[in-house]
Design a protein around this ligand. Structure first.
Ligand code: PAF
Length: 281
């Protein structure tokens, strides 16, 4: 694995590889790698000649400074994991390299997609994701880029970004990877206290029950059902549970079997904010 910190150097190398006819599979990350990331990388490695991974904790997508400060960083551990999955090229830039002082950042209009759920709860977050992913695509020039469905709204935003900017890349969605007890893998899980870690799988249990009950309960009752499930679990603070269509992520008011429908949840457990989702229809 070769590591690059400088944009012009990695870009030159990738252009050279593309000219040789090699295909590039890209997985952008913020480090703190877990098996969810590694699954994306294994798939990217399988489907392309070269696996390129970026590790960059993107400051402009954090709307909470404490979250940014506490974000786990361990490049030695990450590098070992990257080598174990056969990563060919690692891009590990500094903040100054990605955001030279004085450079103006683009503002995107992702339309209705960014006004709901994570967009509404975390102002500026998706713009920060759009800016960094657009830059990373421009640097790493992937044929295919891999994103996990745990961050389902982010995936929809990336699809929109690619459309807005006409970026010639195929976005490959990958299913959520879960711990054995059902908790969706996330870098944030490492910040849960031991007690909260024991409680955390309850989120997915409730989502599964919601899916089962969607056959019997109307949308409003189903939402109330989910909220009620947390009523006697004071360790959880539910920020939202929403039923939304699977393309524009707009809330739905009635079940309609012709509309792909997902259930989305965000909860705070201790000091850690977790999200998860499940397909309902
Ligand atoms: O999902 C993430 O880890 C980040 O949002 C991403 C896509 C790497 C952009 O910083």
């Amino acid at each position: 694995m070769i590591t690059y910190n400088i944009i012009s150097e990695i870009k030159e190398e990738i252009l050279r590889k593309r000219k040789e006819g090699l295909t590039i599979g890209f997985v952008p990350t913020m480090g703190a790698l877990h098996d969810g990331h590694l699954q994306l990388m294994r798939k990217a490695k399988e489907e392309n000649d070269l696996l390129v991974v970026s590790v960059f904790v993107n400051p402009i997508q954090f709307n909470n400074p404490e979250d940014l400060e506490k974000y786990p960083r361990d490049i030695k551990k990450d590098s070992d994991l990257l080598i174990s999955v056969g990563c060919d090229i690692l891009f590990f830039p500094t903040v100054e390299e990605m955001y030279p002082p004085g450079e103006t950042k683009r503002t995107y209009d992702f339309g209705i997609l960014e006004n709901v759920m994570e967009g509404a709860s975390r102002p500026g977050h998706f713009n920060g994701v759009g800016v960094v992913v657009s830059k990373l695509f421009n640097i790493c020039l992937p044929h295919k880029a891999y994103f996990g469905e745990k961050d389902y709204q982010q995936l929809a935003i990336i699809n929109k970004l690619v459309e807005i900017e006409s970026i010639p890349v195929e976005i490959v969605p990958c299913p959520i990877v879960r711990e054995e007890d059902g908790l969706a893998m996330s870098s944030r899980n490492a910040r849960l206290s031991p007690d909260d870690r024991k409680s955390a799988p309850y989120i997915y249990e409730v989502l599964k029950e919601a899916k089962e009950n969607s056959e019997f309960l109307c949308v409003n009752r189903l939402k109330q059902f989910v909220i009620n499930q947390f009523a006697d679990r004071p360790e959880f603070d539910v920020e939202y549970f929403e039923l939304a269509d699977d393309v524009d992520l707009q809330p739905i008011n009635t079940h309609d079997t012709s509309v792909g429908t997902m259930g989305f949840i965000a909860v705070k457990l201790g000091m850690v904010r977790l999200i998860d989702n499940i397909r309902i229809i």
